[in-house]
Design a protein around this ligand. Sequence first.
Ligand SMILES: Cc1cc2nc3c(=O)[nH]c(=O)nc-3n(C[C@H](O)[C@H](O)[C@H](O)COP(=O)(O)OP(=O)(O)OC[C@H]3O[C@@H](n4cnc5c(N)ncnc54)[C@H](O)[C@@H]3O)c2cc1C
Length: 341
Amino acid sequence: MSFTLISEHPLTALNTFGIAVNARHFTTLTERADLPALLTSEAYHQGPVLWLGGGSNLLFTRDYPGLVVKVALRGVQVLADDGDTVLVEAAAGETWHDFVCHTLAEGWAGLENLSLIPGTVGAAPIQNIGAYGVEVKDRLDSVVCADLSDGGAEVILANADCRFGYRDSVFKHEAAGRLLVTAVRFRLSRHAALKTGYGDIQRELDAQGIATPTAQDVARAVIAIRQSKLPDPAVLGNAGSFFKNPVIDAEAAAALLARFPTLPHYPAADGRVKLAAGWLIDQAGLKGYRQGAAGVHEKQALVLVNHGGASGSEIRALAQHVQDTVRARYGVELEPEPIVL
Ligand SMILES: Cc1cc2nc3c(=O)[nH]c(=O)nc-3n(C[C@H](O)[C@H](O)[C@H](O)COP(=O)(O)OP(=O)(O)OC[C@H]3O[C@@H](n4cnc5c(N)ncnc54)[C@H](O)[C@@H]3O)c2cc1C
């Protein structure tokens, strides 16, 4: 056995909210070959198990009562290359942004709009990460998994098998707790069309005087926009957007828009309408609102922050207050995006 089990291990540095909790047991998985032994270990069977990436989409509200496994499998390899498109596989423990930078440096376009999202490659399919008009499902070929109910046997899910939705996938439902993502395969192109029409990307490119951008230019624009808008977790603990943008039916949306004509809204699947959660929170007067050390970010109302020493319960109580306020004012339910543990 080449993994080391540690008891009562602090997780403060392993979650971007910076919540000070301990794991009852903790280990790091660096080799795929160690998985079968881990799955038969006593600690694995003693209580719940959390597979941890970068801890950037989690809120710990108490000490974790079981085993936390930091997924640290590394490696990037090209599986196929026809001169135009490449099929590239990255191990689950690779840092997402480093992998994006690597693909762009190789001249493979496709992931540029997803630059600077914290976390690991392995977690990217879990909530189908998305930003600036692109979701990971748009570039993903397949997901290599270990079936935890079958001794860690390898299973490969094709894109369609992952049943991706808005911040959603099979990994949050039937496959939760059963499939560990060990690697993700992406199909990228040397000649991909760039998506610059979403958010402030075009404005940022114009400001930089770039008329015919490369994928790297788009990545740099996305990075600049994100750095100007989002708090850096290394400075101010947070998990990015704390709430999903609510999707409501067309009739309810029409009634709401009659009352609030400036409410930003976008067409969603099945004739439904997606509302901007940040606007709802901001217009309810909660931007910059604080309850002790837990706060709504002063620039971006969708982001809850730890001003220093907040407990997970305090962040959760603040989230509840935001949900109650938005429900009372607009009749809209906000659903948290991070996993609350
Ligand atoms: C500042 C900031 C900005 C952000 N911006 C965005 C954004 O623009 N778009 C977006 O979609 N998200 C965004 N996020 C959220 C977050 O970065 C993503 O959800 C990211 O994919 C989480 O990766 P992680 O490795 O940190 O996952 P973790 O937080 O460690 O885990 C999240 C969930 O995935 C599970 N998991 C992790 N690894 C595996 C694995 N290998 N196999 C199976 N399950 C696994 C965990 O058990 C947990 O349930 C942002 C977060 C921050 C802090």
